[in-house]
Design a protein around this ligand. Structure first.
Ligand SMILES: [Zn+2]
Length: 336
């Protein structure tokens, strides 16, 4: 699948791509309890990835012919501190990772599971003997980061890999499959047009009432649907700057931990209007938006309420993605 046609500028892609994998930052979702957020259950917290970094653009690279001719899809040594975790499932995913990564195994298992949460239920889908390969490290903040993760699934009869890559025009890197499909889904009518990562889904832990999006302070939070502002800044100590709206169909939504509110109670808003900015106020341990939807007073999953879309890249972008994936795979397959 990754056989290059002659003349593809492998070397430059490899060099540019080299920086990509170095910028993976997994961030634990560390919401503290708030009015709308019960205490997180540590074991159920799903870390996720995303950190803007000095990532070189991979697209539209122009490479001198001589360089292209001599270049090979060689494995760039991923700098220094990346480790490989490889093993076969015996009893459990975490058991395998503990064997591979010791005290970091549990955390690595959670990060790995989160990557595939959109497509697989690893608790159900894994079979004894499934093979797993992951390039990972712990960053200077002690947070586990994954560059690439691959599962050879007997149930699905194939290898399923998730690879970090920044698509053309995107601000943040995401994870992608080798056919160009993005691994995480995106909400339709999202409350943020850009974010680094979904760091908590409603189904991750039943005590947490919303969906969390990691995004830099100041990122615009927008109205998903038409509606009216009903409350702001209640329970400020926990929720920080916050806004509650009622959509025109009567359903409610809450936006917590904002750095700034841009609307007032009574304001009538159209879809896409800016209501505030992402922050780190209240009981929040990192800039993120907590987004919560309630129907008839009951919390519902924004994923179900909004529906999701999934992106796919084609053409040159897909070629670049696949070049990067070939490099990741070569690393995963290195003799250990
Ligand atoms: Zn939250």
């Amino acid at each position: 699948m990754f056989d290059p046609p002659g003349g593809r500028p492998w070397l430059l892609y490899a060099l540019l791509g080299c920086s990509l994998a170095l910028n993976v930052v997994m961030v634990l979702d560390r919401d503290a309890p708030a009015e709308d957020e019960a205490a997180p259950v540590a074991t159920a917290e799903a870390p996720a990835a995303g950190e803007p970094g000095a990532e070189a653009p991979l697209t539209d690279a122009v490479v001198p012919a001589a360089q292209a001719a001599s270049a090979q899809p060689a494995v760039e040594p991923i700098a220094g501190d990346w480790s490989l975790a490889r093993g076969e499932i015996d009893r459990s995913l975490s058991g395998m990772f503990v064997e591979q990564a010791g005290e970091d195994g549990e955390g690595l298992s959670q990060v790995f599971s989160r990557l595939f949460v959109w497509d697989l239920d690893l608790r159900r889908d894994l079979r004894k003997g499934d093979r797993i390969e992951t390039s990972w490290r712990k960053n200077k903040d002690g947070i586990i980061e994954i560059a690439a993760a691959r599962l050879h699934s007997q149930k699905h009869g194939r290898a399923i890999g998730a690879y970090r890559w920044k698509a053309p025009g995107d601000t943040f890197a995401s994870y992608w499959f080798d056919d160009g499909t993005e691994v995480p889904h995106q909400l339709q009518n999202p409350p943020l047009n850009e974010y680094e990562q979904i760091t908590s889904l409603l189904k991750d832990r039943p005590t947490h009432k919303g969906m969390d999006f990691k995004a830099p302070v100041g990122t615009k939070v927008v109205m998903p649907f038409a509606g009216v502002v009903t409350r702001e800044n209640w329970n400020h100590g926990s929720n920080g700057n916050c806004i509650e709206v009622q959509f025109s169909n009567g359903d409610m939504a809450k936006f917590l931990h904002l750095s700034e509110n841009k609307v007032k109670v009574g304001d009538r808003l159209n879809p896409g209007e800016v209501i505030g900015l992402v922050g780190n106020t209240g009981h929040s341990y990192g800039p993120h938006l907590h987004y919560q939807v309630e129907v008839g007073g009951k919390v519902v999953d924004p994923v179900d309420y909004h529906g999701t879309v999934r992106r796919k890249v084609e053409g040159v972008a897909l070629q670049n993605l696949q070049t990067e994936i070939a490099r990741h795979n070569a690393l995963l397959e290195q003799a250990g």
